[in-house]
Design a protein around this ligand. Structure first.
Ligand code: ADP
Ligand code: MG
Length: 354
């Protein structure tokens, strides 16, 4: 009881700075914020106008003097100022949620999950931004490690664990043993490219122009990587999408089904599969046999694409599991690290700043 009370009072924070979504976890409370990693600002003055959902709504609808940016593109920090603004905004928001407690109990400890492709300079910058945002101490953890911890894998054991995190901008594939990443590849092909494949498909097959948001909805509603059950009964999934005709510029509706869409997504899915195969090839045989026995874990929003687990299992001959609430695996891992001193000591911290 006292423990729990202290957990709530100390409000240590885990932040997953994802390419598509930023998720914030507060010790003792769970996930409290989940918002798109999007920032809207004034083009000239760089004044921040909106962050998160509100900023995402502006995508494709802004007047000339406003720009909408995704600070983390392709698994690297593409726009540092915007990333810092986002980080600060969410840390402040948690502190506000906690109200007056902050004043009496001091500043939180913060663990930030960052893409494994981030450079040393960027690590320092994220660290500094977190401290500037009000953290007492800031720790950085590589996302594949955080995802593995969040998925409940026993990362400290001397056995091989494999995790594939398919996010918006990157697919991160990691092999973990004894608390460290033995192998790690970051592929800049993931959910965004699947969405782009939907746009290209609609344009080429139906002369239909779709916006990003619509294409993403189509992908989620009828996209798949493996034949859907109802197809064998002659009933593929389908939906009617609205876009603009490229022939006459007028609004146009078109029915799209799961069979044609799977074909459209196949080449992107294939690239992710190839990367997984490469990592398996490079993994030492002892660890491969561990993974064969225990299976590989999928995390990230891309792992929700229908049947992607089945396809990976079939192609690699390994058991494959999608972790519970895959879009929260990284932040859950950050939260678990905050509650476990031993793990926290293992986390790679930027040297010279802490
Ligand atoms: P990141 O860690 O890069 O922020 P996330 O793990 O939050 O990314 O995943 C975001 C990606 O997952 C987006 O490309 C989104 O379209 C995709 N996604 C979310 N839900 C689904 C779903 N049900 N089916 C397919 N893709 C999905
Ligand atoms: Mg992620």
């Amino acid at each position: 009881m006292l423990d729990r009370l202290w957990s709530i009072l100390s409000h240590d924070i885990g932040v997953d700075l994802g390419t598509a979504n930023t998720v914030v976890h507060v010790k003792g409370m769970g996930v409290v914020i989940r918002e798109p990693s999007v920032v809207a600002r004034h083009l000239k003055t760089k004044e921040i106008l909106a962050i998160g959902t509100e900023a995402k709504k502006m995508t494709g609808k802004t007047p000339e003097n406003i720009e909408v940016v995704r600070p983390l593109r392709d698994g690297v920090i593409a726009d540092f100022d915007a990333a810092e603004a986002m980080l600060k905004y969410y840390i402040k928001e948690v502190q506000q949620m906690m109200g007056g407690l902050k004043a009496s109990l001091g500043r939180p400890k913060v663990v930030v999950g960052i893409p494994s492709g981030v450079t040393e300079v960027e690590r320092r910058a994220v660290h500094e931004a977190t401290v500037n945002a009000g953290a007492r101490q800031a720790f950085l953890i590589e996302e594949p490690m955080a995802a593995a911890i969040g998925a409940g894998l026993p990362v400290m054991e001397p056995t091989g664990q494999m995790v594939v995190d398919i996010g918006g901008g990157t697919s991160e594939i990691g092999v973990i043993s004894l608390g460290g990443l033995v192998l790690n590849r970051s592929l800049r092909i993931a959910g965004d490219e699947l969405t782009e494949a939907v746009i290209n498909f609609a344009r080429l097959k139906y002369n239909l122009l779709l916006g990003d948001a619509t294409a993403e909805q189509v992908k989620i509603a009828v996209g798949s990587a493996y034949p859907v059950k109802s197809e064998s009964e002659g009933k593929p999934l389908s939906m009617v999408v609205r876009g603009r005709s490229l022939e006459n510029g007028l609004p146009k509706s078109q029915q799209i089904n799961s069979v044609e869409l799977r074909e459209a997504l196949a080449s992107v899915v294939r690239q992710i599969l190839n990367e997984i195969a490469l990592v398996i090839e490079e993994t030492p045989p002892e660890l491969v046999s561990d993974i064969l026995e225990r299976g590989m874990i999928l995390a990230g929003g891309g792992s929700l694409l229908r049947g992607i687990d089945k396809l990976i299992a079939e192609e690699t001959g390994m058991p494959v599991w999608v972790t519970e609430k895959p879009m929260e695996a990284v932040v859950r891992g950050c939260g678990m690290v905050l509650e476990n001193e031993k793990l926290l000591r293992q986390v790679r911290v930027v040297r010279g700043l802490d």
